[in-house]
Design a protein around this ligand. Structure first.
Ligand SMILES: [Zn+2]
Length: 273
């Protein structure tokens, strides 16, 4: 319990959720920006309801694609349940935009007078448990002799600061690009006319690869970061279409870098996309 006997948010809603923790497929999917939930302690951060459902608060559709992929690939999914406006779990704890003062062009009033205590509280109650959960899942698999490829799933807005983004999907790598390059090749083979962004709409140079580097490269794992444009997944059949395509291509890319062709997960076998 917190001061004045009020329950802390941690008592009400866990900051991280793990789905299919025991999944035996070769992939572990993590979703840093899965939720636009602002824990009650921070009210509405001074934003309108309309602002709080915009992409500035989360990655719309990223969790839906990840959950469908989890079914297709028997993959664990680790997701944050806290908005990136409270704390961005895909940033190192000393990053200047860990708690954003402005997101795209929107000022975040509730973050304007952030105290050290508040910042530390956000790290302790949202950022740290999220990353500890990823580490737990990966370590348990490692201990059981189950190799993992880390997949960091995101979505992006079609227009950012007035600039149109042409790629339906972008792939981002950290220091080791081997698996990401194999995924790019698999996507190109799957859909020749697909404009796959390479280190678009962001790259490691923009400081957006904390989770990828911390749990992937830094852990000696093959890893990739996938960004899908919102309009692609938010159209009626978008989640199924992208999950099917990614299940095929993630698997093909794994085989291309030397993974076994058969694993315990049920891979989509086609269907119209
Ligand atoms: Zn994101």
């Amino acid at each position: 319990m917190g001061k004045n006997g009020m329950p802390l948010d941690a008592d009400l809603h866990a900051p991280v959720r793990i789905v299919n923790a025991e999944g035996r497929g070769p992939f572990v999917i993590v979703v840093d920006h899965a939720s636009n939930r602002i824990p009650p302690r921070w009210g509405d951060l001074g934003l309108t309801a309309a602002e709080r459902v915009r992409h500035i608060a989360w990655d719309p559709g990223a969790l839906a694609v990840s959950l469908r992929l989890s079914e297709l690939l028997d993959a664990p999914v680790v997701q944050s349940t806290v908005s990136r406006l409270v704390i961005d779990c895909n940033r190192d704890t000393d990053a200047p935009d860990l708690v954003p003062l402005v997101s795209e062009l929107t000022e975040i009033p509730g973050n304007a007078a952030l105290t050290a205590d508040d910042r530390n509280w956000r790290i302790a109650t949202a950022h740290a448990p999220f990353h500890a959960a990823i580490e737990r899942v990966l370590s348990a698999r490692d201990a059981a002799g189950q190799p993992s490829i880390l997949v960091c799933m995101h979505s992006f807005t079609p227009v950012y600061k007035g600039v149109q983004r042409p790629w339906p999907i972008g792939l981002i790598h950290a220091r080791d690009q081997r698996y990401t390059a194999a995924l790019r090749d698999a996507l190109a083979a799957d859909a020749a006319d697909l404009n796959v962004g390479w280190n678009e709409p962001y790259s490691a140079l923009n400081g957006v690869t904390y989770t990828l580097e911390h749990h992937g490269d830094g852990n000696g794992l093959d890893a990739t970061m996938i960004e899908i444009r919102h309009d692609e997944i938010l159209e009626p059949n978008g989640v199924a279409r992208w999950a099917d395509r990614l299940a095929r291509c993630l698997t093909e890319a794994r085989v291309a870098i030397g993974g076994a062709a058969v694993h315990s997960g049920a891979v989509a076998t086609g269907g119209p996309i």
